[in-house]
Design a protein around this ligand. Structure first.
Ligand code: SF4
Ligand code: SF4
Length: 174
C-alpha cells in the first residue's frame, strides 16, 4: 500500500492519496501467512478474528494524514497484504505506463469525489467514521420506516456510484 515518506514518485503519489488505508477502497484487511498478529496488535492495529482469520477494519488505525500528506505509522512492519497491494495507478507509475502527473490527477479526482460523498453524508445523518466509506453510505441510505427518501439521498447515491465507478476503472485490481 502506501510508500514511505521518501521523495520518490511512488511516495509522492501514495502520500497524496491514502485511499487503500482510509476506508475508501477497502472495508477490512485480512492478515496473511507470515504476519504476526500479536506484534501487529502491539503496534496498535485493532485486530478481530472470525473463523480463524484475523483482520482489521478500515480506516486503519496506523493511517496518518497531516497537511494533506498520508503515511503509515508502522510502515516497516506493515502487514503482508499492505506490502503486496499496488493499485492500478501505482502499478502504472512503477512500470512507466502512467505518467506521475496523470496518476496524481486521478488521485485528486477521486479525492474530490470522496469529499463530495463525505459532505453529503454530513448533511444527511451522522455515520460511524470508523467504518469504510461504502458502509457509511449504505447506512445513511437505509432509512427507518416512515422516513422518505429526499434529494440529498439521491445525490449521495449518485455521488457514491460515480466514485465507485472511478475506483473500479482506475484503482481497484482483481
Ligand atoms: S490507492 Fe494506490 S495511490 Fe493510493 S495510497 Fe494506495 S497504492 Fe498508493
Ligand atoms: S498498516 Fe499501514 S499500509 Fe496497512 S492499511 Fe494500515 S496504514 Fe495502510
Amino acid at each position: 500500500m502506501v510508500a514511505d515518506l521518501a521523495d520518490t514518485p511512488s511516495a509522492r503519489l501514495c502520500g497524496s492519496c491514502g485511499m487503500c488505508c482510509d476506508g475508501v477502497l477497502f472495508h477490512a484487511v485480512e492478515l496473511q501467512k507470515g504476519d504476526n498478529p500479536r506484534q501487529l496488535a502491539s503496534l496498535g492495529l485493532k485486530l478481530r478474528s472470525k473463523k480463524g482469520v484475523s483482520s482489521f477494519l478500515q480506516p486503519c488505525s496506523a493511517h496518518r494524514e497531516e497537511g494533506g500528506r498520508c503515511s503509515c505509522s508502522i510502515y516497516d512492519q506493515r502487514p503482508q497484504r499492505c506490502k503486496n497491494f499496488d493499485c492500478q495507478q501505482l502499478r502504472g507509475l512503477l512500470s512507466g505506463t502512467i505518467a506521475e502527473d496523470l496518476a496524481l490527477e486521478r488521485v485528486q479526482q477521486a479525492r474530490t469525489q470522496v469529499e463530495r460523498v463525505l459532505g453529503l453524508l454530513d448533511r444527511i445523518s451522522p455515520t460511524n467514521p470508523n467504518r469504510s466509506l461504502a458502509h457509511r453510505v449504505a447506512n445513511a441510505l437505509t432509512l427507518p420506516p416512515g422516513v422518505e427518501r429526499g434529494a440529498p439521498h439521491e445525490e449521495l447515491e449518485t455521488a457514491m456510484k460515480g466514485l465507485e465507478s472511478l475506483l473500479q476503472k482506475e484503482f481497484r485490481v482483481s
